[in-house]
Design a protein around this ligand. Structure first.
Ligand SMILES: O=c1[nH]c(=O)n([C@H]2C[C@H](O)[C@@H](COP(=O)(O)O)O2)cc1CO
Ligand SMILES: [Zn+2]
Length: 162
């Protein structure tokens, strides 16, 4: 009798992989972030990546990180992957859901995560851990009882021919 496959993706690999794939849609030249929101029973509810809002052209709005004029940087225009994933959900409540994201959520996304009732955050990179934004984010999630932990990389390489 043939046995079941052994090298299938774990739930964590699957959802973080989906988050990373969503991030590949980002036009941000410096940081591409992807997010996947999952129900308690492991069903994908929503996805998102960082980009400008609908109607704000990727070709007309600025992607610069710095410069004298803040209005000529991406920061005042880009919607973060986590907020996009929350806003993309049209199915009702996200209460009790888990959120997979390739970069630790900032303080603004933490507010949205908490208010949406999301209870667990699984993140990959935490490259802005020392910034006030991420420190504030962790403080709010700690206070609100949102658990967060880093994704354990398995270093599995996934090859998809597109
Ligand atoms: O939580 C986040 N989610 C998210 O989507 N982003 C996006 C906003 C920007 O487009 C980009 C950050 O750009 P940069 O690393 O160049 O500062 O990542 C940034 C954060 C910050 O942690
Ligand atoms: Zn954010």
């Amino acid at each position: 009798m043939s046995e079941k496959r052994k090298d299938y993706l774990s739930w964590d690999e699957y959802f973080m992989g989906v988050a990373m794939l969503a991030g590949m849609r980002s036009k941000d030249p410096n940081t591409q972030v992807g997010c996947c929101i999952v129900s308690k029973d492991n069903k994908i509810l929503s996805m998102g990546y960082n980009g400008f809002p609908i109607g704000c052209s990727d070709d007309e709005f600025p992607w610069a990180r710095e410069g004298g004029d803040p209005l000529e940087t991406k920061y005042v225009y880009s919607t973060h992957s986590e907020l996009n994933a929350i806003l993309n959900y049209s199915g009702g409540s996200l209460a009790g859901a888990k959120l997979y994201v390739s970069l630790f959520p900032c303080n603004e996304c933490a507010k949205a995560i908490i208010q949406a009732g999301i209870k667990e955050v699984i993140y990959d990179c935490d490259k802005y851990a020392d910034t006030p934004s991420v420190i504030a984010s962790k403080r709010m999630m700690d206070a609100a009882g949102v658990r967060y932990h880093q994704y354990h990389r398995t270093n599995r390489e996934v090859k998809i021919l597109l």
